[in-house]
Design a protein around this ligand. Structure first.
Ligand code: HOZ
Length: 434
């Protein structure tokens, strides 16, 4: 039985202070509890699968910094690598050996990435990949899918998921209409709309960008036909297929979702996990496309902190851990145990749920309908989700604070953690019936 974790006095004080200085008291809206209400616990430290807050509460963590903590918080191999890098320097603005070492590891694990450029976040990665695809093809049009989120890039901030969807602003003020004029938004998993869009606009489309398993409208799984038809249409029309693997990369398999589904994109974007939680992103793909990037080609993209030595060291340690430990069977086992346990707990209280899961990424949708796109994801009972979320939080389980986000399991969650989580879920579902 997990302890009661409803103490929030110090978090409330800090949230009030932060709110006078930082918009909404947070540096990213997705963590603000906007959709579920209440005060977010302010974290003091993490260890393994656990988070500890400033009020002395402890939580089993299913966010893992929104994905990257595949091996939990403070894994010794990652900490050692960061410590050694710090001894040498924090930033040079000049090339280092570690950048090529990480690039080599990335292309070994993800063979579609023949060349890669490091950046500092997933947003930078997607923004740059779109520019490169446009420069390479000489076209402007892009396709994105409703409910997918690719960071806060102007041209992609339309029908966006994640915090934008949670907080009801899927298209943001401040994005000039011109920035999204070449963006075509299509429904996820809809082969017919895809074919029609290509028939009508295929010759003007520079790129299609997609989350190959969506995390940002909750976990949504692609049908095999959808991904296959995307690949085939992009080939036919000479459009660059970009897999946004910021969440799925190295998480669903060492080679990401593209390995799992056997589809080779032309470009891939990555983030978070590539720095083991340090600020890192990357974009890469076919050498002929990546050779359009400056200084080899004319597409300009730059960054003083890109390839930062401390972040590169963390990333190298992460990818070596993946190779050494092969965490995927364990992640699948833990994910499946959670899925089955949540299902059983909900059913025992006659609460309708649909659980979407791929490996260690999952979402418990409070709905009776299957969820395959934005329209079905947003039919979930969000008021009920908020109550369930707080029931879990007060019992020491830290879930994403929105119905339209995915939860992440790490390889260091123990069987006891899973059992405690499911006991909390039983009780939190029971609360919903009163
Ligand atoms: N893509 C992340 C979760 N869906 C974003 C987290 C954030 O915006 O802070």
């Amino acid at each position: 039985m997990l302890p009661d974790t409803s103490r929030r006095t110090e978090s409330e004080r800090l949230f009030q202070k932060a709110s006078t200085l930082i918009p909404g008291g947070v540096n990213s809206p997705a963590r603000a509890f906007g959709a579920v209400g209440g005060t977010p616990p302010f974290m003091k430290r993490g260890q393994g699968a656990w988070l500890f807050d400033v009020d002395g509460n402890q939580f089993i963590d299913y966010i893992g910094s929104w994905g990257p903590h595949l091996f939990g918080h403070r894994h010794p191999a990652i900490l050692d690598a960061i410590r050694s890098a710090l001894e040498i320097g924090t930033s040079f603005g000049a090339p280092t050996e570690a950048e090529a070492e990480l690039a080599e590891l990335v292309s070994k694990l993800v063979p579609s990435i023949e060349m890669v450029r490091m950046v500092n976040s997933g947003t930078e990665a997607t923004m740059s990949a779109i520019r490169v695809a446009r420069g390479f093809t000489g076209r402007n049009g892009i396709v994105k899918f409703a409910g997918c989120y690719h960071g806060h890039v102007d041209s992609l901030l339309v029908s966006a998921g994640s915090g934008a969807l949670t907080l009801g602003c899927p298209s943001s003020p401040g994005v000039p209409p011109g920035s999204t004029a070449d963006t075509l938004v299509l429904p996820y998993n809809d082969c017919e709309s895809l074919q029609t869009a290509f028939r009508n606009h295929g010759n003007q489309l520079a790129a299609v960008i997609i989350e190959p398993v969506v995390g940002n409208m909750g976990c949504v799984v692609p049908t095999p036909q959808f991904l296959a038809s995307l690949r085939q249409l992009c080939d036919h029309y000479g459009t660059v297929l970009i897999f946004d693997e910021v969440m799925t990369g190295f998480r669903l398999a060492a080679g990401g979702a593209q390995q799992l589904f056997g589809i080779r994109p032309d470009m891939t974007t990555m983030g978070k996990i590539l720095g083991a939680g340090m600020p890192v992103g990357a974009y890469g793909g076919k050498a002929e496309i990546m050779k359009s990037v400056s200084p080899v080609g004319k597409v300009y993209q730059a960054g003083t902190l890109s390839g930062n030595p401390v972040a590169m060291a963390a990333g190298i340690a992460m990818l070596k851990l993946i190779q050494r430990e092969n965490p995927y069977p364990r992640l699948e086992q833990l994910g499946a145990a959670l899925e089955q346990g949540f299902q059983a707990a909900a059913h025992s209280h006659q609460i309708p749920v649909r659980i979407n899961r791929v490996g260690s990424m999952l979402t418990v949708f409070l709905t009776s309908e299957s969820v395959s796109d934005l329209a079905t994801a947003t039919k979930s009972d969000t008021a009920r989700f908020s109550r369930w979320f707080h029931g879990m939080l007060n019992r020491g389980v830290y879930l994403p604070c929105s119905q339209v986000e995915a939860m992440f399991v790490s390889a260091v969650h123990s069987d006891a953690d899973i059992q405690a989580t499911l006991a909390a879920a039983q009780a939190a579902f029971a609360d919903l019936t009163t």
